[in-house]
Design a protein around this ligand. Structure first.
Ligand code: NAD
Length: 393
């Protein structure tokens, strides 16, 4: 099969196996180049391991620390006729690279919110790993089914309190325009918190602790985005921001509840980057394109792997890492500093459909977007007939 990108709005409906393998290889090469981490987790569980920040976490743990990794994700397996999802191919490529480096890697494909996948994970840890010393929670999902009641919840991306009018870039129509968003009602806020808040992270840790598979001084982190003025109306102060605030509550509850094993629970704030999750949020493609341009011009641009290697090497595994006022780890300091934000804010009012490619790094955004699905890597022959099937050995 010759595989070319099939882009529909903010999603690409297919993926290239060789390109996804190239993406994983590049991230592994980056981590190896940085050298070994001084604090090394041994057995790492990554919930949301197949793309974006979760995949970068898995790669950093395995190739920066030699850790055994168990990953959980929700991906579509390819058939002879249809490609799998990028996360499927990334996981296949990660397994292959881990195997050839002599590293344990197993992945469980299914709904991480369900009891069944948690049971399977615990069984696998008991059989293969004994205890886990690092749990990364990197799920991004628009829906969650409550495992006890069976009720399905869908999240909403809306402001909270008052309507918001702001600029955005429509990735389907390729135009910069104003959007007006009505505020969410309480039910929509509550449902978003149910999907993306801390409840499922807490259930995971509760189950792992009860099963006796968390090592003493185990560390866990979930990931958040905080942002500044330009994104606050649609992110930080919006429905998704309310869900992310709930992670702070959960981190504090986790530390209290599992003091017996000295659990360290953090929420880490990361930089905005192009991922499947961020592409779906209004305003973010425009904001990220401008921010990438500014940060590249200033020589301080970072992608997922640079952010996560920095997190693991400086903060996450340190004894007393610096924390912000809400006790979070911060990796977004450069993006959110006044200088960078000032430069982005100066461009923001001037952007139009016509000048967007000059003022913002739309090319870079687009290239990164296609790379999420394995397209646009040097050295990959996109005219070649490739088999879409790939196994997780
Ligand atoms: P992503 O879409 O690249 O990855 C999501 C992962 O979750 C994938 O591995 C997917 O398979 C898995 N997943 C989704 N639903 C699942 C389910 N029901 N069961 C099992 N696995 C499931 O997302 P990302 O952007 O890397 O986001 C990860 C975390 O990082 C999120 O908490 C997000 O808010 C946070 N974050 C993202 C950004 C950004 O700009 N992308 C910035 C800061 C923080």
């Amino acid at each position: 099969m010759i595989i070319k990108p099939k882009v529909r709005g903010f999603i690409c409906t297919n993926a290239h196996p060789t390109g996804c393998a190239a993406s994983v290889s590049q991230q592994i090469a980056y981590v190896k180049q940085q050298g070994e981490l001084s604090n090394k987790p041994k057995n790492v569980l990554v919930i949301g391991c197949s793309t974006g920040y979760g995949l970068a976490s898995r790669i950093t743990a395995a190739f920066g620390a030699g850790a055994k990794t168990l990953g959980i994700c929700f991906e579509k397996e390819p058939t002879e006729k249809r490609t799998g999802t990028a996360g499927w191919y990334n996981t296949a490529a990660f397994h292959k690279e881990a195997k050839s480096a002599g590293l344990y890697a197993k992945s469980i494909n299914g709904d991480a919110f369900s009891h069944a996948i948690k049971d399977q994970t615990i069984e696998t840890i008991k059989q293969d790993l004994g205890k886990i010393d690092l749990v990364i929670y990197s799920l991004a999902s628009p829906r969650r089914t409550d495992p006890d009641t069976g009720e399905a919840y869908v999240s909403t991306l809306k402001p909270v309190g008052a309507p918001v009018t702001t600029k955005t870039f429509d990735t389907s129509k390729k135009i910069v325009h104003e959007i007006s968003l009505e505020p969410a009602n309480q039910e929509e806020i509550d449902r978003t918190v149910k999907v993306m808040g801390g409840e499922d992270w807490e259930i995971w840790l509760k189950r792992l602790h009860a099963a006796g598979v968390l090592a003493d001084n185990c560390v866990t982190s979930s990931y958040t985005y905080i942002g500044k003025e330009l994104t606050l109306p649609i992110y930080g102060h919006a429905t998704i921001g309310k869900a992310k605030e709930d992670l702070d509550r959960a981190a504090s509850a986790l530390k209290n509840n599992y003091r017996d094993i000295g659990l360290k629970a953090y929420v880490t704030s990361l930089k905005a980057v192009v991922t499947q999750a961020s592409s779906a949020i209004p305003v973010m493609p425009l904001y990220i394109s401008l921010m990438y341009q500014v940060m590249k011009d200033e020589g301080v641009h970072e992608g997922v792997i640079e952010q996560i290697y920095g997190l693991f090497s400086k903060h996450l595994l340190a004894d007393n890492p610096p924390l912000d006022e809400a006790k979070r780890l911060r990796m977004d300091g450069v993006e959110t500093n006044d200088h960078i934000q000032g430069l982005i804010k100066a461009i923001w009012p001037k952007v139009t459909t016509e000048n967007f490619p000059q003022l913002g790094d739309y090319d870079g955004y687009n290239r990164d977007f296609l790379k999420l699905f394995g397209f646009g890597f040097d050295g990959v022959d996109y005219e070649a007939d490739v088999s879409p099937t790939a196994n997780w050995d």
